[in-house]
Design a protein around this ligand. Sequence first.
Ligand SMILES: [Zn+2]
Length: 185
Amino acid sequence: MRQGRVEVIAGPMFAGKSEELLRRVRRAVIAGRRVEVFTHRLDVRRGADRVSSHAGADHPARSAATAAEIESMADPAADLVAVDEAQFFGPDLAEAADRLAVRGAVVVVAGLDVTFDRRPFEPLPSLMALAERVTKLTSICLVCGNDAIFHERVSHAGGSATDVVAEHVGGEDKYQARCRVHVRR
Ligand SMILES: [Zn+2]
């Protein structure tokens, strides 16, 4: 019987999460596994039909609006289900990932685990608790060069901080990586 599991790749912006997701996708493809890649429909930055990394890697992807859509769209025979931009799918993603893994898939979920104002960003914290494997990546603080676990807004133009999901859609040029010492408090 196939043994599924949940793998989480978490961190702030600019940490290389999509690159790590795509690395695991490439390995599965080379191994002849059946792979499905999803991203969120809100992720309009790079076109909805691909997941791409800042380092230049990319892979075809399907876009979904909800975790339930991922579950219904995913081929039941898929060996690996990869989900990028997981922070946009909300708390339902944790249960969806669990069900896909029980069905036998390796579910790899990549997303922001922290908001621009230093708060845990669900569903990543829950997914990290319920995963077999967690990879926490850091970025590089633009002030000092040390490990950065945060990203902060460099522009306050527009938007309301009350909708944290909307605040994180697109516009990575609005954010910079910061370490614990240099993040704005
Ligand atoms: Zn720093």
